[in-house]
Design a protein around this ligand. Structure first.
Ligand code: PLP
Length: 281
């Protein structure tokens, strides 16, 4: 596998990050993940726009133009011969003597990109549906920034792994904020799609936005509002979305069966529409 590091394409073993990198010392950086399908980047412009916003929110200058990012990603995908999977991009505030405050402005950000082969469209879990558990959302208050400080999500995902399920839904004041690495949706008994409105309490999911567009085009009823864990238990259908999971049906929450215990018709339709959109990217 070939990794991109600060202007060079290198074999993994030769790509080294200095100990004084602020990403390592402080988790002082942000990341982005785009899916690759049929060798092409999915909804990539939106991911790069969010990357630019995340950088802006924490005062790291974007080291590349949109065109440069696309060129680097495309070259990385080609060098790795990746047909289906993910491109991971990370930018940190660079390398400098350890001090909490920002280093001088001439310290260059660190840029890393690598690919991961993964069945994003032909994912067998999408056929049977995923199970999730709920955990308390113990994260900081700027979850709209795609920060590499992911310890709360690491613990949430580990709780899911220990429960033998695929994802953890994080809960704050009784309402679901989002998944540990995904956006949470439910479909109510009257067939309304419900997901939490955007705020600093959750990441503005790129797949979320695409699904809401597809839902509007299909004349589905959509409500962007908070929903409780109890409402999720009682939902007709549930699913989560992300660049890597696309639209993933949820069939069980905290051991309680959702709807008929199978991926629901609305969820299946949205997944099919999303895959179609992704292939046309
Ligand atoms: N919410 C969180 C906390 C995430 O980490 C992710 C993706 O990793 C998402 C939502 C989904 O975002 P996207 O659809 O842009 O992948």
């Amino acid at each position: 596998r070939i990794v991109y590091l600060n202007g060079e394409f290198l074999p993994f073993a030769q790509a080294r990050i200095p100990v004084m990198d602020r990403g390592f010392l402080f988790a002082d950086g942000i990341y982005e993940v785009s899916a690759v399908l049929d060798g092409k980047l999915v909804d990539n412009a939106a991911h790069l726009a969010r990357l630019d916003r995340s950088l802006g929110e924490i005062g790291i200058r974007n080291p590349h133009s949109l065109e440069e990012w696309v060129r680097l990603e495309t070259e990385l995908v080609a060098r790795n011969g990746l047909a289906e999977g993910l491109v991971y991009m990370q930018v940190t505030r660079g390398v400098y003597e350890r001090d909490f405050a920002f280093p001088p402005a001439d310290v260059a950000p660190t840029v890393v990109m690598f690919t991961q082969a993964k069945k994003v469209s032909a994912n067998p879990l999408a056929e049977t549906g995923a199970k999730v558990v709920t955990v308390e959302d113990i994260r900081w208050k700027r979850r709209d920034i795609k920060s590499v400080a992911l310890l709360a999500q690491v613990l949430a995902k580990q709780a899911a792994a220990q429960a033998g399920v695929a994802e953890a839904w994080m809960v704050e004041d009784g309402a679901v904020t989002e998944g540990s690495s995904s956006t949470a949706f439910i479909v109510t008994k009257d067939r309304t799609l419900v997901t939490r409105p955007l705020s600093t309490a959750l990441l503005p999911g790129i797949t979320r936005a695409a699904v809401l567009r597809l839902a509007a085009e299909s004349d589905l009823r959509v409500e962007e509002r908070l929903f409780s864990v109890e409402e999720a238990y009682a939902a007709e259908e549930a699913f989560y979305t992300s660049a890597s999971a696309f639209v993933m049906p949820v069939v069980e929450i905290d051991g309680r069966t959702v709807g008929a215990g199978r991926p629901g018709p609305l969820t299946r339709r949205l997944r099919a529409l999303y895959v179609e959109m992704a292939r046309a990217s």
